[in-house]
Design a protein around this ligand. Sequence first.
Ligand SMILES: C[S@@+](CC[C@H](N)C(=O)[O-])C[C@H]1O[C@@H](n2cnc3c(N)ncnc32)[C@H](O)[C@@H]1O
Length: 294
Amino acid sequence: MALSNDIISQQNLNINSGQKSIALSIQCFETWRKYIYDLCGIYYQDNKKYLLESRLLKRINFLGLNSFEEYFDYVKFSVSNGAEKKYLYEAITINETFFFRNQPQIDAMMTAIIPEIMAQGKRKIRVWSAASSSGEEAYSLSISFFEVLKPKFPALEMEIVGTDISNAVVETAKKAVYKEYSIRNTPSYYLKKYFKMSPAGFELVPHVKQNIQFKLLNLYDDIGMRGMSSFDIVICANVLIYFDQNSKIKVVNHLYNSLNRGGYLFIGYSETLHNISKSFKIVNFPKTVGYKKE
Ligand SMILES: C[S@@+](CC[C@H](N)C(=O)[O-])C[C@H]1O[C@@H](n2cnc3c(N)ncnc32)[C@H](O)[C@@H]1O
């Protein structure tokens, strides 16, 4: 994107606490918004302009660049653009999560869905935490599996895959060490049994980690998504809210294809598949719903 004098004149190059304070013009916001949308389906609404501005600004200041236009060129055209996308994803995503965020969903899986799948003769359940952020959702499932199902069905196995677009959170997930904030909703009984205190924080015990792998995946990437298949349960929670209608349809269609027949999709508490997909059967569980692939 060429830097017109016009745009440069809109920049307010104040020096504030050693950091440049520059403005994101409407025109440049549109350019960034389209670029981000095409990359990963996240659609920044007009009222989120300030959020995008402040998040990109941190990276711009870190790199010592002078404008949002300059950073756009840096991401898009510089030889290091592959590497820079990693930082861009970190800047534009919201990674809020915590352990046991949606207990009714976990209860539905442990008490109804997995026994239903086991009734088909299966002894290995495959679960995908799509957009797993720093891993709390995936580890909550693993803890629940070891607490609720493994004692009753010792031969049962659960394999969990956690994926996210942001490298920083995937690395945190692999480390499996958490601060107080993440465990604020965790029963103290679980804290004693499944975590050990280390100077770095609350660290998960080895056996609840060994059945989980974390990797990078962009839910908007058709090729990567085609590689995700044969899951019994997919949880894609609190990420569709950042997408627009078309990207939701595209992603949910991939999630449908990633499931085995008889498998279930769960989404966030405040999310819906209304006007997104008619392929699933809605199944009610206490205080939650699951979307079944029949
Ligand atoms: C708010 S967190 C939700 C984490 C967890 N599922 C939960 O409900 O607690 C949303 C996550 O979605 C990820 N995300 C956003 N867009 C994505 C995309 N296109 N592909 C994969 N992950 C994405 C973000 O990096 C972030 O970690």
